[in-house]
Design a protein around this ligand. Structure first.
Ligand code: UT7
Length: 333
């Protein structure tokens, strides 16, 4: 249960690169078809970062919008949490790189890595600094340049992912609003089912690792699919149960945008109808840590989600890690 001062998302922003890679474009790169990708995943196209664009540069653009919507100045930010599996480099952190780009003075900054679950983990951690009165303003970033870690000859993975970024400014909320609770969980025994084997201390970069494509995404898609459906459903039910809520109390379900079949299965198990489920993966594919904030940003901009709406967000990612957050959107009127 969420304890302490209430916390809300006071500003949300997102950015996606201009370049579109369609399923038809992919047909020219690997042995695949628009029909296979559409029916198995729901994805029609994804965005690809331009040369020179990086995770931090996209995060900075998203953060700029979130800061403006929150009506704060960069100097108000006390902590920056960068959530990504594809940082510009191992260090310094993406959060520090964004701090420099936006000239944010005197803020603590660090990255957290939790696969595609990162942004929800980031929101949860950020909320605790505000709930405990330690801070008033925290910036959470979620961004990925997944196109740079794809094996473009592996059709089972390269069709799934895209680039983009999102950001949220967290501030104290009005009583009863904001984040109602969150549930975080993980199971490291599934670590091998979704990983980037080389480039870390276990397998440092070498000519051989590059030749064997070990710096690219390796995934057991069927296992991740099975786990995603089970864990996202279980996690949502735990969070709802803790608040004494049922899926009927939810105005919108915003799941991690990985695969329409995962989203539909979880929604069906929870009894949440299609018209209450936010889906945009047809346009962006799986953008990992950027998936949730891009979906939130678009749903807010389109006027779909409104202040006071109760949102259920569930995620799953490498680790295996998963989680849920239930919140009331925007400022309570
Ligand atoms: O954020 C978490 C990140 N990861 C995920 O969300 C991934 C979760 N998993 C999935 O989304 C699905 O498992 C995939 C979309 C990756 C694969 O779908 P699937 O229905 O589980 O297909 P499959 O792996 O069972 O493969 C079925 C067939 C295979 O051919 P055979 O062995 O039946 O002849 C694959 O080789 O589809 C083939 N296949 C493709 N065919 C055309 C795999 N990828 C492709 C492709 N185009 N891109």
């Amino acid at each position: 249960m969420f304890k302490g001062r209430s916390v809300e998302i006071a500003g949300i922003g997102a950015y996606v690169p201009e370049k579109i890679l369609s399923n038809a474009d992919l047909e020219k790169i690997v042995d695949t078809s628009d029909e296979w990708i559409t029916t198995r995943t729901g994805i029609k196209e994804r965005r690809i970062a331009a040369e020179g664009e990086t995770t931090s540069s996209m995060m900075a653009k998203a953060a700029d919008l979130a800061i403006k919507q929150a009506g704060i100045s960069p100097s108000d930010i006390e902590l920056i949490i960068g959530c990504t599996a594809t940082p510009d480099m191992a260090f310094p952190s993406s959060a520090c790189l964004v701090q420099k780009q936006l000239s944010i003075p005197n803020a603590g900054a660090f990255d957290l890595e939790s696969g595609c679950s990162g942004f929800l983990y980031g929101l949860s951690i950020a909320s605790q600094f505000i709930a405990s009165n330690a801070m008033d303003t925290v910036l959470v970033l979620g961004g990925e340049t997944l196109s740079r870690i794809q094996n473009w000859s592996d059709r089972s993975t390269c069709v799934l992912f895209g680039d983009g970024a999102g950001a949220a400014v967290l501030k104290p909320g009005k009583s009863g609003g904001g984040i109602l609770n969150f549930h975080l969980d993980s199971d490291g025994t599934y670590g091998g089912a979704l990983c980037l084997p080389a480039g870390g201390s276990a397998m440092p970069a070498s000519k051989e690792t590059v030749e064997k494509n070990l710096h690219t995404v390796h995934m057991d898609g069927r296992e991740i699919f099975r786990q995603a459906v089970t864990k996202m459903t279980e996690s949502a039910l735990i969070s709802l149960g803790e608040l004494g809520m049922s899926p009927n109390d939810i105005d919108y379900y915003i799941p991690h945008q990985a695969n329409i079949r995962i989203i539909d299965s979880v929604a069906k198990k929870l009894g949440i109808p299609k018209e209450k489920t936010i889906v945009n993966l047809q346009k962006y594919g799986n953008t990992s840590c950027a998936s949730l904030p891009i979906a939130l940003y678009e749903a807010d901009k389109e006027g779909k989600i409104k202040p006071g709406d109760t949102l259920l967000m569930t995620v799953v990612g490498a680790g295996l890690s998963w989680g849920t957050m239930i919140l009331k959107w925007g400022h309570e009127k």
